[in-house]
Design a protein around this ligand. Structure first.
Ligand SMILES: [Zn+2]
Length: 264
């Protein structure tokens, strides 16, 4: 259990994505590490190389108790962040969703019901994404297309295909606050001393410890001269077109190791 928790989210996702693959020539570990290398280039788990800042991300809201407090802190520090919201939560808290957008933060889709994606039938998976998008669009019309973060960082390979083929940004993280594992505020605030430029930090706007830690975390970042940015600050609205993900993936999955492109 602790092993899975300490794995990088990209490695975890690679594990999920390859677990139901019928592999012939490659051993599972080769397949997994190949998939991991491939995914590292296509999933967003760090900010682009030219960015000096870090991205704070808050999942699972909007939460009537904690999201307003987090928004107050962010406004006080004049910092923008990213909120991966759950559709059904947003429909219960439309004013909060509007406030997140009006305060200049990025809205992300975190499915409609916070479901574990890999086990879903294709139609249900598509519904989760569409309903999450439609909720954001209904409450905040004209909001830019949201990046997507799967609950628990888990997706099946066919779901990844679909998202990448639709040029959807799939966002994981490089640092985990472990607030959902009851990390004390002091430990969360300490991240302000250890985050590095380009890090994407996973947090949740539904825990008191996260709210309590946030001012100290931001003080420390500010003391180190590291700005906090939202994902929309650093990624252009139009997603870059990935190179034929389906074909690439199929090659990885059937041969284990993709053909290496020779430089030049
Ligand atoms: Zn979540």
């Amino acid at each position: 259990m602790s092993n899975a928790a300490t794995k990088s989210p990209v490695r975890r996702l690679a594990t999920w994505a390859t677990q139901d693959v019928d592999f012939q020539r490659a051993g599972r570990s080769v397949l997994r590490s190949t998939a991991e290398a491939w995914l590292r280039d296509r999933l967003i788990w760090r900010l682009p190389a030219n960015v000096r800042g870090v991205a704070l991300t808050f999942d699972d809201g909007p939460d009537p108790d904690h999201t307003p407090q987090i928004l107050d802190v962010l406004a006080f520090y004049e910092v923008r962040a990213t909120f991966f919201v759950v559709g059904e939560q947003a429909r219960k808290q439309p004013d909060l969703l509007r406030r997140i957008a009006q305060d200049g933060h990025t809205l992300g889709n975190h499915t409609d019901t916070h479901v574990r994606c890999p086990a879903l039938f294709p139609e249900r998976f598509r519904h989760e994404i569409r309903a999450g998008d439609a909720t954001i669009e209904m409450i905040c019309p004209g909001a830019p297309r949201s990046p997507f973060r799967p609950p628990y960082g888990e997706l099946a390979v066919r779901q990844l295909w679909e998202l990448l083929r639709a040029h959807r940004r799939v966002v994981l993280w490089s640092r985990d606050s472990r607030d959902y594992r009851c990390a004390p505020p002091s430990e969360i605030a300490h991240l302000g001393l250890t985050l590095r430029p380009r890090d994407i930090l996973l947090m949740h706007d539904r825990f008191p410890s996260t709210v309590e830690a946030l001012p100290r975390l931001l003080d420390r970042l500010r003391g180190r001269g590291i700005p906090a940015v939202s994902l929309a600050d650093v990624f252009a609205p139009a997603a870059r077109k990935p190179a034929a993900p389906e074909r690439m993936f199929r090659k990885v999955m059937t041969n284990g190791v993709p053909r290496r492109r020779t430089p030049g």
